[in-house]
Design a protein around this ligand. Structure first.
Ligand SMILES: *Cc1c(COP(=O)(O)O)cnc(C)c1O
Length: 375
């Protein structure tokens, strides 16, 4: 049996007719940018998140970059974030000329540790950029309290957590701007590049709208120097179809995660933790194992793909050497990076596939003689 990490083909077979009908409509009308599908998707996704405004953009990276720009963050400013994230989180901060400041994580949820944020504040801190990693929300209340007290903006990177709830509210709606990647492999993904910002702030929404379209409200009249970062109509049409399925897709991911956890308890060193105030939407199902490379090899031999999100924390990447961090600076982040492993996770996984995966993981760990799980 061959099982990929993510199977877009399996999902496409189910929604093919809906997608084709929608794409046909766009191509018949030939309105390719900032048309009816973009505004319908923006409205539907913002409302799904419990936000007033949605601004479709061309990627998650652009969503983050434009959000920072809309908040007026630039050279001389510091933005506090984590190092265990996709590189785009930090690229966005660097892109606007600000300085990324890394803090350590809660090693159980893999998300930013608010205690560490307090210690990292300086007079130059302008924003906090928590990442709702793997689909689990960051602990937002203490961050919101810090931000209120210190007059900071909060920009959420919700690229892996479409639909996740923090104390009953959707992630992305808790800070000043919520940023989502809609890249093909995310919980909600286009068939190309796409992203969206959501906010309740009318003036931030207006600035984002201008920034994504060359700083203009009226064509060829430029109030700001922005960029070309629009969501296109074909992707918006696909996303509108897929948004209708997001809730039951997330429910399927949660059911698969429950199956994994029931069958791997006591077998792997750590399972995903879900805080009582959170719902997890499992963009990735991440376990920890001691003998990771051996397990990966045995899984691969059995036809099962696995992933590492992410093998090298950003503060130790050559691209971030200029920031001057040394190994040892973020102990939890660094320890997790050597042990984390992502198992296949997508809504269409079958019971048969799931059983095969847990059986292979169990027998491989026995075979490799890996240290037994902590109780
Ligand atoms: C995918 C992702 C991004 C970047 O999104 P793109 O659409 O690929 O630009 C940013 N942050 C996180 C946490 C992501 O997972």
């Amino acid at each position: 049996m061959r099982i990929p990490l993510v199977d877009l083909q399996a999902q496409y077979q189910i929604i093919k007719e809906e997608i084709r009908t929608s794409l046909d409509k766009v191509l018949n009308d030939m309105e390719l940018f900032l048309g009816p599908h973009t505004s319908a998707f923006e409205e539907a996704f913002a409302s799904y998140c419990g936000c007033r405004y949605g601004i479709g953009v061309s990627s998650g990276t652009d969503a983050l970059t434009l959000a920072l720009r809309a908040c007026g963050i630039g050279p001389g400013d510091e933005v506090i974030t984590v190092a265990n994230t996709f590189v785009a989180t930090v690229e966005a901060i660097a892109q606007v000329g600000a300085k990324p400041v890394f803090v350590d994580i809660d090693p159980q949820t893999y998300t930013i540790d608010p205690e560490q944020v307090n210690a990292a504040l300086t007079p130059r801190t302008r924003a906090l950029l928590p990442v709702h990693l793997y689909g689990h929300p960051a602990e937002m209340e203490p961050l919101l309290a810090i931000a209120r007290r210190a007059g900071l903006r909060i920009i959420e990177d919700a690229s892996q957590a479409h639909g996740a709830l923090y104390r009953g509210r959707r992630v992305g709606s808790l800070g000043d701007i919520g940023c989502f990647s809609l890249y093909c492999s995310k919980n909600l993904g286009a068939y190309g590049e796409a992203g969206i910002c959501v906010t309740n702030d009318a003036s931030l929404a207006e600035r984002l709208r201008m920034l994504r379209d060359h700083g203009s409200r009226i064509r060829y009249h430029h109030e700001l120097l922005g960029s070309n970062a629009r969501l296109d109509e074909l992707q918006a049409a696909i996303l509108l179809v897929k948004l209708r399925h997001l809730e039951h897709w997330n429910a399927a991911r949660q059911a698969h995660a429950q199956f994994y956890s029931e069958h791997l308890r006591g077998i792997v060193a750590a399972l995903p933790t879900v805080r009582p105030w959170a719902t997890h939407v499992y963009c990735y199902y991440v376990i920890q194992v001691e003998e990771r490379e051996q397990l990966r090899r045995l899984l691969q031999e059995a036809g099962i793909s696995s992933g590492i999100h992410y093998p090298v924390p950003l503060h130790l990447q050559p691209a971030c050497a200029y920031l001057g961090y040394q190994r040892g600076a973020l102990p939890h982040t660094e320890a997790c990076a050597t042990r984390i492993l992502s198992l296949p996770m997508y809504p269409e996984l079958s019971e048969q596939q799931l059983s095969y995966i847990v059986e292979t993981v169990s027998s491989s760990l026995k075979q490799s003689g890996a240290a037994p799980a902590h109780p």
